[in-house]
Structure formats: structure tokens, C-alpha cells
Design a protein around this ligand. Structure first.
Ligand code: GLA
Length: 386
């Protein structure tokens, strides 16, 4: 066991006594926000923070968490429990997998995470992406990784009513060390984009609570879809040159953000490949401005953090994720990353008093995987690294 308490349940499948260990990372999105649910482009990286799950086969699904109170306990198809909080996600994932044909075998175990909840590093997607293969493995049920990624948004919608896209789950699954992942959300094709070794990723959480289910996320999506419906073509097929006739109203501005953001993702991939840091900085700045002015999902605190990061010498900085608070992401010269993070957190503290910022230095990391197996009581046999 890697952590948490073992529950006293009966194991029922072959492989009795086999304890399996799964890892699912959080993610940071470098550029391409609010583009995933219209089939656009995103450029996230899985990060070296995440969630570890330790499970063995059992009659029911019964999980404890080292970070949260309570036990998530339910029938193998996700029904019959009284899950709240994080248990809602477990139940919704189990129900999705049941609908995809997973045999009704349970697992029991525990999870432990070093992802701060609600700060834009996708702790809920990591939970979904960690639980799904663990529950599948318990039932000898295999699922294509991207089918598993797509089950995540459906589970999220069922659990908390957020109609999110596939960005977070796909990043947690497809991430690779030292690379960002270019994901086309129409085809679900991915391409790795290596990141320069002397650049660090710094995420600064504004401390302004971001609760997507209570935020305008769903409203923004509806506004975008209304704006897009007038155009009669998929947004992902449009380029900024096609925007001439788009009216400057709410729907038009949402469309303009998405079409220009898709173009910025493409340009950022080229700029990163050419190691053109000035261009990367300009693209991040333009992305933030578009999310502020056209999509209206930044808040004064994330605007301030981007400004402070620029002043402190970050190569590039922008808000990341759903917005309405949450985090900003910056690329910073690795040898200056700690000093820049410290300076920005201190300056933020002096400038505003509603919230306290927290900085996380992250590294692009490998995606979700089974990372070890052991017989009960043994040390795990490592199967891979994360
Ligand atoms: C949240 C959602 C994602 C994506 C981002 C914005 O993180 O979960 O699907 O829409 O917001 O890019």
C-alpha cells in the first residue's frame, strides 16, 4: 500500500491478493483555452504532480483518500452509493464504464494526491483518469486510452454538471516527460512538442476560488455555440481571415476568441520548435488578452499575475484552464524560476488582499500509467516511471 487505510472487504476475482498501483498526473495548458469543446487545438502538458491509486479486486468499489474525508463506496456500476464530494466523480466514472460494457467487478483501495484541488491543475480529471484504468484492470476490461479520455467529460457532466471538453483527461493520458502535447480535439490526434530544457513551467494559483460548476463556463459554451451556429461551418475549419463578417456582439466575440486561439496554438508550436522565445511571449500575451476581452473569463487577479510575471522576467505568461479565477501559467528561464515565482507571489500579496497566491514549479511529465504490481504486503514491482 502506498498510503491510506486498507478496507476490510472480500476479494473475488482471479489474481487474488494482487495489489495494483496506478498514477494519473494533473495538467497545465500552455495555450489553447476554451477551444477543446468546439473541436479546436490545445497544447497542454501533463505535470509531475498527480494522484496515485492502489487497488485490488473486490465485490464493491470502495476507495478512501488520504486528502479527503469519507469513503467512496458503491456497486461496481457506480450505483447504490451515497457519494458526495470526490466520490461523485468515482461513481460517475464507474457508471460510464458500465455503459461501455465493463463487467461488474469492484475494487477496493486508496488514493493519495499532491494536486491542489480547485487551482486549475485538473485534480478532478486526474481522479477520473486514475480511477478508470484501475477499475477496468480489476475487471480485466481494456479500453482504448482516448475512449477512456472521452468518458471523462461525460462523467464530469454527470457528477457536477460541467459540460467540459476533453483537454484535461487527454493531457493526463497522453502527456510525456519534457514535452507538451498538441491535441486536435476533432480528430483526437496528438503530437509531442519538445520543451527546451532550460525553460521551467511555473503555475501561479491566484487563490481566487474557481468552481467550474458555479461559474460561467456553461454560459460561455452556450454563447459560443450560438455564435458558431450562425456561421454554418465548424469553428475548427475557420482561420482568422474568415472572421470579416462575424459581428462584434457576444456570440461573435466568443467565436473570434476561439478562431484566433486555434491559430495561436499552431503558431506557438512553431515558435517553440524554433525556440523563438519572443514569439512565444507575444502569443501567450495575445491569448490572455483574447480570454480577457473576447471570452471574458479572466479576473483582475489573473490579469495582475500575468502583468507581474512579465515584469519579473517570465518568457511568457497567460491564464490557464477554465478561468474565472484559478491559475496562470508561465514559461521562465529555469535558473530564474524560483526567484521569479517568489517575487511574483510577494508582489501579488502587496497589491491585493482578497486572496493569497501560491506558485508551483512543474515539469512536463509522463501521462497516466499502471506503475507497479505487488502481492499483498510486498513492495510494489515498478513497471514504469513517472
Ligand atoms: C476546463 C475544462 C477543459 C477546458 C478548459 C478551458 O479546464 O475542464 O475541458 O475547456 O477549462 O480550456
Amino acid at each position: 500500500m502506498l498510503g491510506g487505510q486498507r478496507l476490510n472487504t472480500t476479494r473475488v476475482t482471479k489474481g487474488e491478493g494482487m495489489v495494483r498501483h496506478f498514477w494519473a498526473p494533473g495538467r497545465v495548458n500552455l495555450i489553447g483555452d476554451h477551444t477543446d469543446y468546439s473541436g479546436g487545438l490545445v497544447l497542454p502538458a501533463a505535470i509531475d504532480r498527480g494522484l496515485t491509486l492502489t487497488v485490488e479486486a473486490a465485490q464493491r468499489i470502495t476507495l478512501t483518500s488520504s486528502d479527503h474525508e469519507g469513503v467512496a463506496d458503491m456497486a461496481p456500476d457506480g450505483s447504490g452509493g451515497t457519494p458526495d464530494g470526490w466520490g461523485r466523480y468515482v461513481a460517475a466514472v464507474a457508471a460510464e464504464l458500465h455503459a461501455l460494457g465493463r463487467p461488474p467487478v469492484g475494487v477496493t483501495g486508496s488514493l493519495t494526491s499532491d494536486l491542489p484541488a480547485g487551482s486549475g491543475l485538473s485534480s478532478s480529471a486526474a481522479l477520473e483518469v486514475g480511477v478508470a484504468p484501475a477499475v477496468c484492470a480489476g475487471a480485466d476490461f481494456a479500453l482504448d486510452p482516448m475512449a477512456l479520455a472521452q468518458a471523462g467529460p461525460r462523467a464530469e457532466q454527470a457528477a457536477v454538471g460541467v459540460a467540459c471538453g476533453v483537454l484535461d483527461q487527454a493531457a493526463s493520458i497522453r502527456g510525456r516527460a519534457d514535452s507538451a502535447v498538441l491535441l486536435d480535439c476533432t480528430t483526437l490526434e496528438t503530437r509531442l512538442v519538445p520543451l527546451a530544457a532550460d525553460l521551467a513551467i511555473v503555475v501561479v494559483d491566484s487563490g481566487v476560488t474557481r468552481q467550474l460548476e458555479a461559474s460561467g463556463y456553461g454560459r460561455r459554451r452556450a454563447e459560443l455555440e450560438e455564435g458558431a451556429a450562425r456561421l454554418g461551418r465548424p469553428l475548427a475549419d475557420l482561420t482568422p481571415g474568415d472572421l470579416g463578417d462575424v459581428p462584434d456582439d457576444v456570440g461573435g466575440r466568443r467565436v473570434r476568441h476561439v478562431v484566433t486561439e486555434n491559430a495561436r496554438v499552431r503558431a506557438a508550436v512553431d515558435a517553440l520548435a524554433a525556440d523563438d522565445r519572443a514569439a512565444v511571449g507575444e502569443l501567450f500575451a495575445a491569448s490572455h488578452a483574447s480570454l480577457r476581452d473576447d471570452y471574458e473569463v479572466t479576473v483582475a487577479e489573473t490579469d495582475l499575475l500575468v502583468e507581474l510575471l512579465g515584469k519579473a522576467g517570465a518568457v511568457a505568461a497567460r491564464m490557464t484552464g477554465g478561468g474565472f479565477g484559478g491559475s496562470v501559467v508561465a514559461l521562465v528561464a529555469a535558473d530564474r524560476a524560483d526567484a521569479v515565482a517568489e517575487e511574483v507571489v510577494a508582489a501579488y500579496g502587496r497589491a491585493q488582499h482578497r486572496a493569497t497566491a501560491t506558485a508551483y514549479r512543474c515539469q512536463a511529465a509522463d501521462g497516466a500509467a499502471e506503475v507497479g504490481r505487488s502481492d499483498e504486503g510486498e513492495e510494489p514491482q515498478q513497471q514504469g516511471s513517472h
